[in-house]
Design a protein around this ligand. Structure first.
Ligand code: FAD
Length: 427
């Protein structure tokens, strides 16, 4: 019995060694990679690729400007343990542990750890008085209006924040990654045994409006919600995506803005469930404003809300009123600095697409990171860089994030299928 087990183990060991060395032999690190999309996800992939292989040419192809969409307008909150037990646990853990070092390496001033409270809406100041007694120093000075129950969700050891725009800008500033401004409209390929391989990227130059070809031996689609357009570039994947378009507001800086994030319960007076993030520059960012719009895959493929994405006035009013109800300080002297809107990218199962696109050597996708696209960015960047340069990711299990998981498969019969669609014998 023991001998049999040992024999099996030896067979398993030798076949594992064989297959991994065969895989290692097959992997040729690309010399020139184009990352489509200059949000926090695309830039993190580019930055980690550059760190791993500084001699490779790494270019970001960005339609409008780096961090011009959700990565310039999102909150920037992160929580190490809030995905525990699920498929995204590794993304939360690895990214949280990387952020502190990266912020230091890049000289980001907006990263810090901070405590988090849950706050129920309330009609008078009694909740605030009770919470001050119960919570002491954690209770921020600016939470001095009407609230209900207040409880601690995190003491600041495993919750933190960063302003995503600064993080994107620093990664670009401190690396040898090039940025080209233009819209990707497809990928150039050539036929190889068993499929196709990437030879470049077709794009419209934003300044000249000319269509151009950028040569590359690998491409990473990381264009946030608009990444679903890639299902028309690669006929082996369906990439369903919904864009959830939401308004956010930022209050002007004030003195002594204590660092403490709030997650507020649904306030039916205003139809809000505010998320409140005071920032190190003493402004206060607020999202969770309600009234989001849901943008379809077809509209996203046409570039919906990429050029312009405006705040909803009624939601700005509701969020301001709801926050002033909670804060006498801001009721008396709060002034809005800016109002804005942006989209989070949501695949149907709320998990990102991360991996190689089947049938196309050198094609990858890293998109659809939903409401955690800022928090997970360093981990997805690292995992994708490992996959592209070494053939597999040792940091993150990418299996649950397979880009092919929604692809309708051919179901047999004589006709050939492209995805789920019958295309007869000729395809
Ligand atoms: C209101 C709000 C608050 C949020 N708060 C948080 C938070 O606190 N913490 C957190 O972790 N996450 C948060 N998120 C989610 C987070 O902002 C997103 O998941 C993240 O920014 C997505 O990053 P991305 O790089 O994938 O996409 P994006 O930031 O959308 O960037 C995609 C880029 O691709 C470019 N692009 C699109 N199509 C093309 C093309 N064809 N060719 C070239 N370029 C193209 C676009 O111009 C854009 O710059 C929030 C989201 C919203 C809406």
């Amino acid at each position: 019995m023991a001998k049999k087990t040992l024999f099996c183990l030896l067979i398993m060991y030798s076949s594992t060694m064989r297959s991994s060395s065969a895989l290692a032999m097959q992997v040729t690190s690309p010399k020139s990679v184009v990352v489509i999309g200059g949000g926090i996800q695309g830039t993190s992939v580019a930055y980690q690729l550059w760190k791993r292989s500084p001699s490779s040419k790494i270019t970001i192809l960005e339609a409008k400007g780096p961090a011009s969409a959700a990565s310039g307008k999102g909150g920037g909150f992160m929580a190490r343990s809030w995905g525990d037990g699920g498929d995204t646990e590794g993304l939360h853990h690895v990214a949280f542990d990387m952020y502190e070092k990266l912020a230091d390496e890049l000289g980001c001033k907006t990263y810090r750890k901070l405590p988090v409270l849950s706050v129920a809406p309330g009609k008078d100041g009694r909740g605030t008085q009770k919470a001050k007694k119960k919570l002491g120093d954690i209770m921020p000075g600016w939470l001095d209006g009407n609230v209900g129950g207040v409880n601690v969700m995190g003491y600041g050891d495993d919750t933190a924040q960063i302003t995503p725009k600064e993080f994107v800008e620093k990664m670009l500033e401190k690396s040898g990654v090039d940025v080209v401004i233009g819209e990707c409209v497809g990928c150039a390929t050539s036929d190889v045994t068993g499929g196709k391989e990437i030879t470049g990227v077709n794009y419209i130059d934003r300044e000249t409006q000319e269509e151009k070809l950028m040569e590359a031996d690998a491409v990473v689609v990381s264009a946030g919600p608009w990444s679903c357009a890639a299902e028309d570039w690669f006929d082996t994947v369906d990439l369903p995506m919904e864009g959830v378009k939401s308004t956010s507001i930022v209050w002007k800086e004030q003195s002594n803005v204590d660092a403490c994030a709030l997650f507020c319960g649904e306030d039916y007076r205003f139809n809000t469930h505010l998320e409140v993030y005071p920032r190190p520059d003493s402004t206060i960012y607020i999202c969770g404003i309600g009234g989001s719009d849901y943008i379809s895959t077809e509209d996203l493929k046409q570039g919906a809300f990429r050029e312009e994405c405006n705040a909803k006035e009624d939601r700005v009013q509701a969020a301001s009123d709801a926050f002033k109800e909670m804060s006498d300080t801001y009721r008396q002297s709060g002034e809005l600095d800016r109002v804005q809107a942006c989209m989070r990218p949501c695949p149907p199962d709320a998990k990102p697409y991360m991996g190689a696109i089947p049938g196309y050597k050198g094609a990858y996708i890293n998109a659809g990171h939903n409401c955690w696209g800022i928090a997970w960015a360093p981990a997805s960047g690292l995992a994708m860089a490992e996959l592209i340069m070494e053939g597999d990711s040792s940091s993150i299990n990418l299996k649950p994030f397979s880009p092919a998981r929604f692809t309708r498969r051919a179901t047999g019969g004589r006709g050939r299928k492209k995805g789920g669609e019958d295309v007869g014998e000729q395809w």
